[in-house]
Design a protein around this ligand. Structure first.
Ligand code: GRF
Length: 203
């Protein structure tokens, strides 16, 4: 399975997916990485792995639609079959959604539908929940609203800061995202409305 990754920053989830693919744990390969931010570490990680890395500058386009069509073009040029958002800090619009229906995944650092948005860890901590975690979901037009594929829970401890909670969640992210890509690559994810069913082992 040919995977394209969109990232805006550090790229540790990108790294986890690349590593799992390289170790043969996931029957897929990351074939291109695109960032909307220049010079981010995610692009460096891709280059180090010998994977084409593109910065696409929104400001170079007349509209967000034109920007996204350029992103879609790059993905299609590389024969991408699944798009993974990994710390991609933008809402996805029509051009991407139409080009990759039910073929875009995102990871969010909270147990959705709780605490969507930019500060999942901080918001969970401020609310006082005792359990948080992460969610891999298919992307729709909303912010962190698409059908949920996998979730993992972690405890929230009394002395947690945003940083310690984020680190605990991140460990689970690095396990969960490759697992979701694996299920997709194996053709085992079935989307029915809001629900994603995971078929029992195929072959
Ligand atoms: C992760 O916490 C992810 O859940 C969120 O953004 C962060 C990206 O981290 N969407 P990284 O760039 O993968 O290291």
């Amino acid at each position: 399975l040919r995977v394209g990754v969109l990232a805006s920053g550090r790229g540790s989830n990108l790294q986890a997916i690349m590593d799992a693919c390289n170790q043969g744990l996931v029957p897929a390969e990351v074939v291109v990485v695109i960032s909307d931010k220049p010079g981010v570490y995610a692009l460096e990680r891709a280059k180090s792995a010998g994977i084409p890395a593109h910065f696409v500058d929104l400001k170079a386009f007349a509209s967000k639609g034109d920007y996204e069509r350029a992103v879609v073009k790059i993905l299609q040029d590389h024969g991408v079959q699944l798009v993974c958002l990994a710390g991609y800090m933008r809402l996805v619009g029509e051009p991407l959604l139409q080009a990759f229906p039910n073929r875009i995944m995102n990871i969010h650092p909270a147990l959705l539908p709780s605490f969507p948005g930019l500060h999942g860890q901080r918001d969970a901590l401020a609310y006082g929940v005792k359990i948080s975690g992460c969610t891999v979901h298919f992307v729709d037009e909303g912010m962190d609203t698409g059908p949920i594929i996998l979730q993992a829970a972690v405890p929230v401890l009394d002395d947690d800061t945003e940083e310690t909670l984020a680190a605990r969640i991140l460990q689970q992210e690095h396990r969960l995202y490759p697992e979701a890509v694996k299920l997709f690559a194996q053709g085992r994810l079935r989307v029915q409305g809001r629900k994603v069913f995971i078929d029992k082992n195929k072959g």
